[in-house]
Design a binder for this molecule. Structure first.
Ligand SMILES: [Zn+2]
Length: 249
């Protein structure tokens, strides 16, 4: 394998790795947005459920108060009937007071019923509002969620394909160079192989000593940047026929 063959293989590997990195970057953002959608819908649904529970409670309280009032009114009616049969003045006074205080208590129950009716009306309004709001955003967010899940499936598939392509590219590179590539890639933000242009490294943008630059232009040796250690290549040099086709021709 000539240095140019190795450089071509490393450049190919670098391109695949950059594509995988972009795909992974896209993929990374999806779960956060899916969580956000779930949180928004969960919060709205929870608020609606809370109102619905409050409505159930208020309706139950109203029914209980109405049934209490009915029972109290019947009791007063019975007492009033008995009042007509009482001959003893002291007993008459005592029962009259009982009736009076029961009537006052009923006023309290009636107030409570009115309060509950108002509460029920308010809650029904609030529920209708929340249901409308939820229906509005639910369609939109569930659509977005389905789209994101589809994107996630597609990204996973493409990353898997790229990894298969990468495996083939790795096999073309010498183990020694592959290890070096991986080491530089890890240290230099994923970019291990860089082009040279106008006597400058396209990785760290430092000027390259002329002698080193000339070697890189010829592509007969593999050289690294003295500043960032990234592996250099000169794009036009890679265009030359590979050793395989040289041998074939
Ligand atoms: Zn550099």
């Amino acid at each position: 394998m000539t240095p140019l063959d190795t450089l071509r293989a490393l450049v190919e590997l670098q391109e695949i790795d950059l594509r995988i990195r972009e795909l992974e970057k896209d993929r990374q953002q999806i779960p956060a947005r899916l969580d956000e959608i779930a949180a928004i819908l969960g919060e709205k649904r929870e608020a609606l459920k809370t109102d619905q529970n409050l409505l159930d409670d208020a309706e139950l309280a109203r029914r209980v108060a109405e049934s209490d009032l009915k029972a109290e009114k019947e009791k007063i009616k019975k007492w009033e009937a008995r009042l007509g049969e009482i001959r003893n003045n002291r007993d008459y006074q005592a029962l009259s007071r009982e009736i009076e205080s029961a009537r006052k208590a009923n006023l309290g129950i009636e107030d409570e019923i009115l309060r509950k009716m108002q509460e029920i009306e308010d809650l029904k309004g609030s529920i209708a509002e929340k249901e409308e709001e939820l229906a509005g955003i639910e369609g939109q967010l569930l659509g977005e969620k389905a789209e994101l899940e589809e994107q996630l499936r597609s990204l996973n598939e493409r990353i898997e394909q790229e990894n298969a392509v990468r495996q083939q590219a790795v096999e073309k590179v010498d183990q020694r160079w592959y290890r070096q590539y991986q080491t530089i890639k890890d240290r230099r933000d994923g970019l291990a192989v860089v082009a040279v242009r106008d006597e400058h490294c396209q990785g760290c943008h430092m000027g390259i000593p002329p002698q080193l630059y000339n070697i890189v232009l010829k592509g007969q040796e593999i050289k690294s940047c003295p500043f960032c250690q990234r592996i250099f290549y000169y794009p036009p040099a890679l265009e030359q026929p590979s050793s395989a086709s040289e041998q074939a021709g």
